[in-house]
Design a protein around this ligand. Sequence first.
Ligand SMILES: [Zn+2]
Length: 256
Amino acid sequence: MDELFKVYAGIFGLLIGSFLNVVIYRLPLGKDLVLARSACPKCAAAIPWWCNVPVVSWILLKGKCRSCLAPISVRYALVELASGLIFYLSFPTNLTSASIFQWLFLAAISCVLICHFFIDLQHKLLPDVLNIYLLCLVLPYAVIFFAPIHWLTGGGFGFLGPLAVSWLFYKWKGKVGLGGGDIKLWGVLGVFLGPFGILENIFMSCLLGSVVGISLILAKRYDRDGGIPFGPFIIVVTFVQIYFPGLIAKMGFQIF
Ligand SMILES: [Zn+2]
């Protein structure tokens, strides 16, 4: 019986993933999220509901538009799959109102982070509206469940620390190192993760970003002018912190 609930949760996650795809595509373009019908960005042909079945449609259509055969990014299937898997795998085993609330809360945070991840990857942008939405989720939660010292210092470290580093870097090199979106995202996440959690996140995402950056330079795939978006590293580390608490310390990165 519990397994059935879990499957329903996964299907719910796949459907939410479909909506996240709409957000990822339309938000950076300033298009309406709800009113407009789904259409192929290339030929503008309307997409019927049976071509909008999460993951399945993408595979059946072999990643092409039904009308004009323009390739449809694998991102659509990945977003749906990621959202479905998160909803499915994190569904609580002992069902209480508290565990279901916790599951929904973390799933809602995850949805915003998935949008952030793919928008930043494509547009090098972490939209303010998503950071505000994230803050509206985590701030009430933190105020209710954590001591003020947790979310005040967490948010302070997350926002002011990187801001200071960024300012010093600007004074020194005369150019912007860290994007404002990254700093705001760290500030919001700090409210939830607390002071130690956010310092762990900053340390680990910088480490991950350096490893990937150096690998790209060695593989001669690094775009020196554009750089690489940093948000995805922050987000991957946040997912590990949320769903595998303590894993980073177990891996030997005991920072405190
Ligand atoms: Zn088309």
